[in-house]
Design a protein around this ligand. Structure first.
Ligand code: ADP
Length: 491
């Protein structure tokens, strides 16, 4: 019997039953040997002809080479963004929103590739890139797509217009997610962008560039140039930039602030942190121990809001320490692509050296160290989970951001003492409180000087929720309605 489709043409079933060709091997994620700049919708070679290697921190093997942007490349990218900006801003918000929805959906379709690449290039466990980084990045585009045609509701009685061209410089700890945090609100509000990813993790940004091209985003709306600090500095110093958004270390943030002083460029800085995670005696201790683990060892501790200073009420300190030591010995440190891995590779040799230097400083200053009894691979950059007791405010490891799997532990007797100790820091990004009492949560959290505070949980992120810090943790907020504001002028 002949079959036909709706158009009347005979159907060909052959392809359905015949498997003479090998099925496409979907387990392979293809990384090109070389990536160029993404400028004006095209992949273009660098002005200098120079490329730099990006390696896997878990194997130390080269993954690809990436075009290095100098001032001329940055200038080309800014010019492309400037040229595209008027038309992009003129599009009805609904149309811009459609493009953002398309980016979000394509990201979901390509989630597996993004996760694998993120873990290979950056070292983080695949469980985290698969369950946190990539879905959250897509969620940011979905969320800000929704705002694109509702700016009059975001700012009732005011007219919101885009800042213009935004230079965005991002770090290596959440490469794709930080790109999403930066791009989504900027694009939703009619800005165009030049993005500078971090030099150790350029790959997911290049995959994102391909996605943006495939999504049909108009040429020049998103431009991506890679390079070291000098490339970031060239972007900051470019005379035709209207806005700089930076996430990274406090020293570089200060440098950028100085470079922008006296110029008509608005900026947001999301910098370092040294968060207090406070455990009261009435907390559910087993859950709190899991929260401590997640707070400091998530993403190898490469987290600006990591709960890196633990404060435990004296009466439960022994119990918490015993459970914590037991628990960190069970953590699996190793291959980021193994689904059972809890802690992946340290992002770079430079970062591992910095962590080890601070661990040594902690020991030299009299801290009591406990390193988890776990095995680590021979090749690659690794750091076993590390706890420090017998430390005080005077210790470097209590003051400085380590950005690694290293936790300092101090005790307290009263809520007031916990609050004082928690606030005794140059930073003010985040914090955590664990207690059974709602009133205590309100009392303590309202006195902590930090932008984001979690109660009975830690490291929970959502695109609807603003994120940012006080003091040396930076200025401005990303996420939520607050995250739109740095990208608009309000009349
Ligand atoms: P880390 O020291 O942990 O590598 P950074 O703050 O240096 O963190 O890096 C965050 C981002 O800032 C990266 O993309 C990096 O290339 C960029 N960067 C570094 N130095 C400068 C600078 N002087 N001006 C602008 N961007 C910079």
């Amino acid at each position: 019997m002949a079959h036909s489709n709706e158009m009347g043409a005979p159907l060909d079933f052959k392809g359905l039953w015949q498997y003479d060709a090998a099925p496409e091997d979907k387990s392979q994620v293809k990384i090109a040997p070389r990536y160029n700049h993404f400028i004006n919708g095209k992949f273009v070679e660098p002005d200098s002809g120079e490329y730099f290697d990006t390696i896997s921190p878990s194997t130390e093997e080269k993954l690809s080479e990436i075009a290095l942007a100098n001032e001329n490349d940055v200038d080309k990218a800014v010019k492309a963004a400037r040229k595209a900006q008027k038309d992009w801003a003129k599009l009805p918000g609904k149309e811009r929103g459609k493009y953002l929805f398309r980016i979000a959906r394509l990201m979901q379709e390509r989630a597996r590739a993004f996760s694998v690449i993120e873990s290979m290039d950056g070292g983080k466990p695949i469980r985290e890139s698969r369950d946190v980084d990539v879905p959250l990045a897509a969620a940011h585009f979905f969320y800000y797509a929704g705002w694109a045609d509702k700016l009059e509701y975001a700012y009732p009685g005011k007219k919101a217009s885009p800042k213009g061209v935004a230079g965005q410089i991002i770090p290596w700890n959440f490469p794709l997610l930080m790109a999403a945090w930066k791009l989504a609100p900027a694009l939703a509000t009619g800005n165009t962008v030049v993005l500078k990813p971090a030099e150790t993790t350029p790959l997911t940004s290049m995959f994102l560039a391909e996605l943006i091209r495939d999504a049909g985003i108009p040429d020049g709306v998103v431009n991506i140039v890679n390079g070291m600090g000098a490339t970031g500095a060239a972007l900051v110093n470019h005379p035709d930039i209207n806005k700089i958004a930076f996430t990274g270390s406090t020293p570089v943030g200060k440098f950028i602030q100085k470079a922008l002083a006296g110029r008509d460029v608005s900026y947001t800085l999301e910098l370092g942190g040294k968060a207090a995670n406070i455990i009261f005696e009435d907390a559910p201790i087993d859950q709190a121990v899991e929260g401590i683990i997640n707070g400091i060892f998530f993403n190898q501790g490469h987290v600006c809001c990591a709960g890196s200073r633990l404060f435990v009420q004296e009466s439960v300190a022994n119990e918490v320490m015993r459970k914590l030591k037991y628990r960190i010995d069970t953590l699996v440190v190793g291959d980021p692509l193994d689904k059972n891995t809890d802690i992946g590779a340290i992002n770079s040799k430079k970062q591992l050296d910095k962590i080890n230097e601070l661990i040594q400083a902690g020991i030299d200053e009299g801290g009591q160290v406990y390193k988890a009894n776990v095995s680590t691979p021979d090749k690659g950059f690794w750091c076993a989970p590390t706890l420090f007791t017998e430390v005080s405010q005077a210790h470097r490891i209590v003051n400085e951001e380590i950005f690694g799997p290293v936790l300092t532990i101090q005790t307290f007797r009263t809520p007031d003492e916990a609050i004082k100790k928690a606030n005794n820091t140059a930073f003010g990004l985040s914090g955590g409180v664990w207690t059974d009492k709602g009133a205590k949560i309100f009392n303590v959290t309202s006195q902590l000087r930090a932008g984001v505070i979690w109660a009975n949980t830690y490291n929970k992120f959502d695109p609807t929720s603003p994120f940012g810090g006080y003091k040396e943790s930076g200025m401005g907020r990303e996420g939520g309605l607050h995250g739109l504001t740095p990208y608009v002028n309000l009349d």
